[in-house]
Ligand binder design. Structure first.
Ligand code: URA
Length: 425
């Protein structure tokens, strides 16, 4: 097989054959196809798309590039959640222990931040001692003992995706429905979960800006999961504005702990409970009561055990940034828009994100939001507070935030967008 003919087929809007797909994914994983050739093919896929059968075959080839995990020996059903990425999206932190507290096992393989979006592993690493990398045996042990584990995918799981994902990140080829769907689903299917709930984000802070694209991505992934025997469903959720009141690693851990203590921002609580209910229903436990587990402390108990089982100290003081700078409200009124993408980029510039994949992140960096769309705001009071160890970045964050919010005169009619927009099964 020759790679140039595969690239030409997709460049000229053709359909790749099963043999072409199997060969190119395998040859790229082995290093026979070069990065520049795969990036040309990824760009052709981004521009010209793939049919559903092509996506299914591509996903199968990515799964076949590595090992498959097996949790069938557990005495509880397994269910996982995956978000397509957003700003302030800390939901996994309260959700995994909450669902475990309700009787399901949650094997949550998570990622690091990508571009302006945050990553669960980076957030949890702000807890002193917590380890993201576990061997398969250790992962199974934590899952058995605690009922929930959040860790990095091992190097043996879908290695084709690991390589291709890093390449897409630096070649402008992330925002492609076939490539995102196959990337996410190859890892989730290889992980061996019984069921899966997808949180497909839409809005300025998401990779899918329009609801139509989010719906297409959701239905592609739901079909892929179900075809591989993973009971899969999706919620399409709003990411026009950041989730909760904080963006940044330690700031978001603090807020997640507030949710587990029975408080926390209303939107984070609402989405956590909606996803928990979907996960428990998908896992065959529709009568479980996640609201009760949150209120009576059992979810918090699972959180503490989950963090401790991975070497973390749930009681350790969270890191804080060395410097803070408020951003003032320019005029009194009602906040009607706070742009998730701009806030994500600003937090990234403050040190919460990476310029290169090997860069460290600042655990304390990020943004505290003092108002959300719909809230009244008063001129001269802080609208948000920037946090960073590197105060020279404040000006770059402020540049990202220029034009990021609208304030309407007090009394202006304003309808709050619901968090859960659609359900795809
Ligand atoms: N998350 C993934 O795992 N892959 C993508 O392509 C996008 C988000």
């Amino acid at each position: 097989m020759d790679v140039i003919s595969v690239i030409r087929t997709k460049r000229d809007r053709g359909t790749l054959t099963d043999e072409q797909i199997d060969w190119v994914v395998d040859a790229y994983t082995r290093g026979e196809v070069a990065d520049e050739q795969m990036s040309a093919l990824a760009m052709a896929i981004l521009l010209n798309g793939m049919s559903r059968p092509e996506i299914a075959r591509w996903t199968g080839a990515m799964i076949a590039s590595g090992e498959r995990m097996d949790f069938s020996g557990l005495d509880r059903p397994t269910v996982d959640k995956h978000s397509t990425g957003g700003v302030g999206d800390k939901i996994t932190l309260p959700l995994a222990p909450l669902v475990a507290a309700c009787g399901a096992a949650v094997p949550q393989l998570s990622g690091r931040g990508l571009g302006h979006t945050g990553g669960t592993l980076d957030k949890l690493e702000s807890l002193r001692g917590w380890r993201a990398s576990l061997g398969n045996d250790e992962m199974l042990r934590v899952l058995t003992d605690v009922g929930a584990v959040v860790c990095a995918a091992g190097s043996g799981l879908a290695p084709a995706d690991r390589k291709l994902y890093a390449l897409r990140d630096v070649t402008g080829t992330v925002e492609s429905i076939p490539l995102i769907a196959s990337s996410i689903m190859s890892k989730k299917i290889a992980e061996g979960t019984d069921s899966l709930v997808l949180d497909v984000k839409t809005g300025s802070g998401a990779f899918m800006k329009s609801v139509d694209d989010a719906r297409e991505l959701a239905s592609t992934m739901v079909e892929l999961g179900n075809d591989h025997g993973v009971r899969t469903r999706a919620l399409i959720t709003d990411m026009a504005t950041p989730l909760g009141g904080t963006v940044g690693h330690a700031l978001e851990v603090r807020e997640s702990v507030e949710v587990l203590e029975g408080g926390g921002p209303a939107d984070v609580v609402e989405l956590t409970l909606a996803l928990a209910q979907e996960m428990l229903t998908a896992a065959g436990l529709p009568d479980a009561d996640p609201g009760k587990a949150l209120a009576d402390g059992t979810a918090m108990d699972h959180w503490r055990r989950m963090i401790a089982a991975q070497g973390g100290d749930p009681d350790a003081e969270l890191p804080t940034a060395r410097e803070q700078q408020p951003v003032m409200v320019p005029a009194s009124g009602t906040l009607t828009r706070l742009d998730a993408y701009a806030v994500g980029v600003a937090a990234w510039r403050l040190g919460a994100g990476r310029a290169r994949k090997e860069d460290p992140v600042q655990a304390g960096a990020g943004i505290e939001l003092h108002a959300k769309p719909g809230d009244p705001v008063t001129a001269g009071r802080p609208l948000m507070t920037l946090h960073s160890d590197t105060p020279e970045t404040f000006q770059y964050a402020l540049e990202a935030l220029a034009g990021a919010f609208d304030i309407a005169p007090q009394g202006t009619e304003f309808a709050i967008t619901p968090i859960v927009l659609e359900r795809v099964t």
